[in-house]
Design a binder for this molecule. Structure first.
Ligand SMILES: [Zn+2]
Length: 277
């Protein structure tokens, strides 16, 4: 190996995920789980990162920024990057039109500008998927990178456009665009295994922390040993990872990574800017 990069990222959904992704408009206890993320967990994570002097990338829906202005301002003021995660937490493919999807993304940009004074460069889809319009919208609005796709595990690449998936013919993956992809994985995400929900049996939320963190150690160690200049991107949610019994494990994981030679912690925007294909 010739060095490794680690990007710790937080999808700061707060209440938005319960509203748009779980249709819990009239369920205040579900809302309160998001409030915990904003008021209790996010400050803990900022403290953890401050203590270890490690950068982070926070993907924040505009709804979270507009609802919890103070803590979102603190994320930025304490030196952590803020990138785009929709205004609402709506899966792109569920918008009724390109105009509706674009309006939500533009509203999210305005919320981020209110906090940071600059436009975001990166986008992470709330559903980790694109509609048929998302790529066009991102390019029209000047985004430089995305973090929603899984065609690679530890290597940035370009997002492909004009793909086709006919029922009666082979798959055509299309052509590379100039939008950089910083790949995600359900295997490096805290939400599905560690979040209890009622309605979705595959998300029972009682997976053992031992097994989940071991999965992250194993992936990082394999990447470190086998992939030149690999990029390890971990997706976490403050309301999930910021719980007491998980913070110490996250700190131990960070310390494990720090024991290796040639490991850099970076903002995702830095990785995207340095990517040259
Ligand atoms: Zn999210």
């Amino acid at each position: 190996m010739t060095g490794a990069t680690v990007c710790l990222s937080y999808d700061f959904d707060a209440v938005s995920t319960w509203l748009w992704s779980y249709d819990s408009w009239e369920m205040p206890t579900r809302h309160s789980r998001g409030v915990f993320g904003a008021e209790v967990a996010a400050p803990r994570l900022l403290d953890l990162h401050d203590e270890h002097d490690i950068p982070a990338t926070w993907f924040i829906p505009g709804h979270t920024i507009d609802s919890f202005e103070e803590i979102c301002g603190e994320v930025w003021d304490r030196g952590y990057d803020i990138q785009h995660h929709g205004w609402s937490h709506t899966g792109p493919a569920t918008f009724e039109s390109k105009e509706d999807e674009q309006a939500d993304i533009e509203r999210g940009i305005e919320s981020i500008q209110d906090v940071t004074g600059r436009e975001p460069t990166g986008y992470r889809s709330p559903a980790w998927d694109f509609s048929q319009h998302t790529l066009d919208i991102l390019q029209e609005l000047g985004f430089e990178w995305d973090s929603s796709k899984m065609a690679s595990d530890f290597r940035p690449h370009y997002v492909y456009g004009n793909w086709s998936a006919p029922e009666d013919g082979p798959y055509d993956r299309g052509e590379p665009t100039d939008l950089v992809e910083l790949p995600v994985s359900w295997q490096r995400d805290d939400w599905p295994p560690l979040t209890f929900t009622w309605s979705r049996p595959h998300r029972m939320g009682y997976a053992s922390e031992d097994s989940i963190f071991q999965r992250w150690y194993d992936q990082f160690d394999w990447m470190y040993d086998h992939v030149d200049d690999g990029v390890f991107i971990l997706t976490m949610h403050p309301q999930v990872i910021g719980q007491a019994h998980r913070l110490q494990r996250l700190e131990q994981l960070i310390q494990h990574m720090q024991t290796k030679d040639d490991v850099q912690f970076e903002e995702m925007d830095t990785v995207a800017q340095n990517f040259d294909g």
